[in-house]
Design a protein around this ligand. Structure first.
Ligand code: KIV
Length: 298
């Protein structure tokens, strides 16, 4: 197996370590925050070296790399495994791990225990949990034990059976609920809030109301930062993208063409070539040539 050697980019050596304070400074300076998901070492290195501020090991890995239909089946073991791999590839970005469905719902003790594992065993610097006022007490409890928390409101994929995958905050009553959720999370100590699938106006309104940064995904350009799922950005999903996805590359086509080219070279006998083969030293080669030709056993 050949090991992929990723080129060291300039951003890697010169970029600063991003912390919760950096995100806050960015909001205050009106400098947009960049965020992406990553689920493995190789992708994490590329994303980190590109200078992205925040890397989320999202439970979207359930669909993107594990082939589940939703985020609901994702387990703590799966999240820890992927977070450890990403940790090994990240030097500069703030590393946030998603707490999977069922890992923080039973009790505060359960949530603190599982969140602690992300920090202690996997090297995450913050955890993300879904929910608003119903999670404010939990955010305060986690903050109290020194665990930084990113909130997540709007469309919350772990609530799919109650909410569906629909944009949220489309009535004034729903906007008031979202605003109350955001303010409760901020008061509880959240370091940032992901706002997913809400009208642009709502993204702007909540962003203006908060001192902590909002990171939008389908929440319009007024958010303090933007996050996308890496596999959506480079088209590795095979699925029809959501309205808010912009595809910056077509990795599916790139990979597919490379694989077809490889298969055709193998079938045509042109891979591997002589330069891609190892050779015997001269004496061993001469000794081998002097031997009786080996008979094939079949
Ligand atoms: O799991 C995930 O990738 C997320 C992003 C959509 C914010 O929560």
């Amino acid at each position: 197996m050949s090991l992929i050697q990723l080129p060291a980019r300039e951003t890697s050596s010169t970029a600063q370590k991003i912390t919760a304070q950096t995100l806050l400074d960015r909001k205050q300076a009106r400098e947009p925050i960049t965020a992406l998901t990553a689920y493995d070492y190789c992708t994490a290195r590329i994303v980190d070296q590109a200078g992205i501020d925040m890397i989320l090991v999202g439970d979207s890995l359930g669909m993107a790399v594990l082939g589940y239909d939703s985020t609901l089946p994702v387990t703590m073991d799966e999240m820890l495994h992927h977070t450890r791999a990403v940790r090994r590839g990240v030097r500069h970005a703030l590393l946030v791990a998603d707490m999977p469905f069922g890992s923080y719902h039973a009790s505060t003790e359960q949530a603190i225990g599982n969140a602690t594992r992300f920090i202690k065993e996997a090297g995450a610097e913050a955890v993300k949990i879904e929910g608003g006022r119903n999670r404010a007490a939990l955010v305060a409890a986690l903050t109290q034990v020194e665990i930084a928390v990113v909130g997540h409101i709007g469309l919350t994929p772990q609530s799919v059976h109650r909410m569906g995958y629909r944009a949220q905050g489309k009535t004034t009553a729903a906007i008031d609920e979202l605003l109350a959720d955001a303010l409760a999370l901020e008061s509880a100590g959240a370091i940032a809030i992901v706002l997913e699938c809400v009208p642009r106006e709502v993204g702007g309104l909540i962003t203006a109301a908060l001192a902590i940064p909002t990171i939008g995904i389908g929440a319009g350009p007024e958010c303090d930062g933007q996050i996308l799922v890496f596999h959506d950005l480079v088209n590795l999903t095979g699925a029809t993208p959501a309205k808010f996805v912009r595809r910056y590359a077509d990795a599916s086509t790139l990979f597919s063409e490379a694989i077809q080219h490889y298969a055709s070279d193998v079938r045509g006998g042109v891979f591997p070539a002589d330069v891609e083969s190892y050779h015997l030293p001269r004496e061993a080669s001469a000794e081998l040539l002097a031997r009786e030709p080996l008979k094939r056993s079949r």
